[in-house]
Design a protein around this ligand. Structure first.
Ligand code: ADP
Length: 541
C-alpha cells in the first residue's frame, strides 16, 4: 500500500469526511455519521435521491438521527474509523440490482448485512468510514423447506427464530443449528461468516448448499446446481460442476448473497447432554487430547464447547461481584467463584444423539476417557437447575437462547466487547500454550481472560472475548491496543484468526501472506472494478 497502511488512509478519510459531515448536518449527533472519503456531499445527496426512488423514502436512512442504530457496535473504535454514511433497505432482488447500479454510478460503497448482529466483530458497522449499510433484513422469506430432504432455502433477513417458528408451525421433524445469539441473527449472515453452532451440524458452511448472488455488475449467479434448467437438486448437491464457487462469497466482498440453501438436522429420537468439569486452568491440554479421537471418529458428533470459568461467570454475573481491582481477575478468584456455582475452570459440553441403545453403547466409552483425564462427567440429573447447563443443553439441540449477550455487561455499563478467534490444532500442547499467551497479553493490559474453545473436527476455535467498558475512552483505547498485540503475537506463532472484527481485517489478512492477498485483490478487481461492495472486508479492496 505504498508505505501507507489502510489505517492511515482510514484516519485521513475520517478527518476529511467528518468535516464534510459537519458541513452537511446541523444535528446534535454530528460526527457520528461519515461520508465516504473523497465524496462530495452533493454527489452523496444525488445518490441518496436515486436510492429513494428505488426503495421509497422510508427505507433510506441518511441523516444522523435515523442512522444511530447502524452506528452501534461493541468493538473498540476509539478514533471513529468505522462509521457508515447511512443505510438503504431493499425489499427484493431487483431492488438490490438497482441499488448496485447507483452505487457503481456514484462510487458509493455498500456494506451488506443480513441482520447486522455480528456482535463480537462489529455489528452492522463497515470496515471503513462512509460506506452505506445495505440492510437486507426486509428480504426475509423462507422460500422453501423440503420436508423429505430436510433442506431450506432462505433470504438474508430470516433469523434462526423465524426458522424455528416455521418448523414448529409446520410440525417438521428437524432441528436447527444456532450460533450463541441465534434468535436475533440470520442464518445467511452467520453462514457467510463461517460461524459455528453446537449440534452435529455445527459447521454452518459445511451444511450450506447453493446460493443466489447478485454480482457487483447486477448479474445474478446461482451456484452449484442452481443454474441448471429445471434443476431439482439446487439444495441437494453442493458441488455442481467445475470450480466450486460458493466459498468465494463467504467472508468476502465479491457479491451480495440474496438466497442461501441449508441442510437441517433430522430430529433424533433421544438426546442426552453432558458437562465435564475440570478443576485447573492447564487441564485444557488433557481435555483437548481426550476429545480429539472422539471428534475424529464421530463418537462425539456435535460441536463441543470447552468453556472457561470466567466466560461462564460473565454470562450471568458482573465483575464487581467478584473483583473490583483494575488488574485482571486472578485465577484463584475465578476458581472460587466458579466452584460456588458448580463449575470448574473448564466446563466441556457435549451431547449424544440417537436411540437409547446407541447412547448406552457409546456413553461408557466417552465417560471412561474423560474420567481418566481427571474430569467429572455430569448429566442433567447431576446439574439440576444450573443455568449454565441449561443454556448449553439448549444450544446443543439447536434451541433459542440469548443468554450470552450478558457478557457485554461484565465490566461497567458501556457495553464493550470484541472477539479474537485464533485457530489451534486439536493437540493438547497448542491450546495450552495459547491460553498462557492470551493470559499474559491480557494481563499486561489489565483485561480478564474469558475464553471458550469451540472444537471442530481436528481443530479448535479459541474464542477470546475481550470485555471492556466502552463508556471509558481510556479503556476503549487500551482494548484496541490489546487486540492488536494479541493478533500480532499469536500470528508470529502461526496461530491466526478464522474471522475478524472489522477493525483488524487488514492485520489478519497480512498474516495469510502476500500471494493470498494478491489473488483476492485480483478477483476483486475483476468482479468489482469500482470497489463498491464492502471495501476492506477481510482486507480485500
Ligand atoms: P448476523 O446474521 O450475525 O446478524 P450480519 O448480518 O451482521 O450477520 O452479517 C455478517 C457479515 O456477513 C456482514 O458484515 C457482511 O460482511 C456479511 N454479509 C451478511 N449478509 C450478506 C449478504 N447477504 N451478502 C454478502 N455479504 C453479507
Amino acid at each position: 500500500m505504498n508505505g501507507f497502511s489502510r489505517r492511515d488512509m482510514l484516519r485521513a478519510g475520517a478527518v476529511g469526511s467528518a468535516v464534510m459531515a459537519s458541513q452537511a448536518l446541523a444535528s446534535p449527533l454530528n460526527g457520528t455519521r461519515m461520508l465516504p472519503a473523497e465524496m462530495d456531499r452533493d454527489v452523496f445527496a444525488a445518490a441518496i435521491k436515486e436510492l429513494r426512488s428505488i426503495v421509497g423514502n422510508d427505507w433510506v436512512f441518511a441523516d444522523a438521527q435515523s442512522t444511530v442504530s447502524y452506528n452501534k457496535s461493541f468493538i473498540p473504535d476509539p478514533e471513529g474509523l468505522y462509521l457508515p454514511s447511512g443505510a438503504v433497505a431493499p425489499a427484493s432482488v431487483e431492488e438490490v440490482q438497482a441499488i448496485l447500479k447507483v452505487a457503481n454510478k456514484y462510487k458509493l460503497p455498500m456494506w451488506p448485512v443480513s441482520t447486522g448482529k455480528n456482535m463480537g466483530y462489529g455489528m452492522a458497522t463497515p470496515a471503513s468510514n462512509g460506506q452505506m449499510v445495505l440492510d437486507l433484513k426486509r428480504m426475509n422469506r423462507i422460500i422453501e423447506v423440503d420436508p423429505d430432504l430436510g433442506t431450506a432455502l432462505v433470504e438474508p433477513g430470516v433469523t434462526y427464530q423465524d426458522m424455528h417458528d416455521y418448523l414448529e408451525k409446520h410440525n417438521l421433524p428437524f432441528w436447527l443449528d444456532v450460533p450463541t445469539v441465534g434468535p436475533i441473527v440470520s442464518m445467511l449472515g452467520n453462514t457467510l461468516e463461517r460461524g459455528v453452532g453446537y449440534t452435529p451440524y455445527g459447521d454452518h458452511f459445511m451444511f450450506q448448499c447453493g446460493m443466489e448472488v447478485v454480482l457487483p455488475d447486477g448479474s445474478i449467479l446461482k451456484t452449484g446446481m442452481g443454474s441448471v434448467k429445471n434443476s431439482t437438486t439446487w439444495q441437494a448437491f453442493k458441488w455442481g460442476y467445475g470450480p466450486y464457487l460458493d466459498g468465494l462469497f463467504t467472508q468476502s466482498n465479491f457479491g451480495i448473497v440474496t438466497k442461501l440453501g441449508m441442510w437441517l438436522m433430522p430430529k433424533p429420537p433421544v438426546y442426552k447432554p453432558f458437562m465435564v468439569r475440570h478443576p485447573d486452568a492447564d487441564d485444557i491440554g488433557k481435555i483437548t487430547d481426550t476429545i480429539r479421537p472422539f471428534r475424529m471418529n464421530n463418537l462425539i458428533p456435535n460441536g463441543v464447547l470447552i468453556m472457561g470459568a470466567a466466560y461462564q461467570l460473565a454470562m450471568f454475573h458482573r465483575r464487581e461481584e467478584f473483583w473490583s481491582e483494575e488488574g485482571s481477575i486472578p485465577d484463584d478468584v475465578v476458581k472460587k467463584a466458579a466452584a460456588k456455582n458448580g463449575l470448574g475452570m473448564w466446563n466441556t459440553y457435549f451431547a449424544l444423539y440417537g436411540t437409547d441403545e446407541i447412547i448406552a453403547a457409546t456413553e461408557p466409552i466417552i465417560r471412561g476417557a474423560f474420567e481418566a483425564s481427571g474430569g467429572e462427567v455430569l448429566t442433567e440429573e447431576d446439574m439440576g437447575d444450573s443455568p449454565w447447563f441449561h443454556h448449553h443443553a439448549t444450544l446443543m439441540r439447536g434451541g433459542m437462547s440469548l443468554e450470552e449477550i450478558g457478557i457485554v455487561r461484565w465490566r461497567g455499563n458501556g457495553g464493550g466487547m470484541v472477539a479474537f478467534a485464533p485457530v489451534a490444532p486439536a493437540k493438547g500442547e497448542e491450546p495450552k500454550a495459547q491460553t498462557v499467551l492470551a493470559k499474559e497479553i491480557m494481563g499486561k493490559y489489565n483485561f480478564d481472560y474469558a475464553p471458550a474453545y469451540a472444537v471442530g473436527g481436528r481443530e479448535l476455535h479459541h474464542i477470546i472475548f475481550l470485555m471492556f467498558d466502552k463508556s471509558d475512552p481510556e479503556q476503549e483505547k487500551r482494548a484496541a491496543q490489546c487486540m492488536e498485540e494479541m493478533i500480532t503475537r499469536f500470528g508470529e506463532k502461526g496461530w491466526c484468526a478464522y474471522r475478524s472484527s472489522i477493525s483488524t481485517m487488514d492485520l489478519v489478512a497480512d498474516q495469510y501472506g502476500d500471494t493470498n492477498r494478491q489473488v483476492n485483490a485480483r478477483l476483486k478487481r475483476t468482479l468489482d472494478p469500482n470497489n463498491i461492495i464492502a471495501p476492506g472486508k477481510q482486507g480485500i479492496g
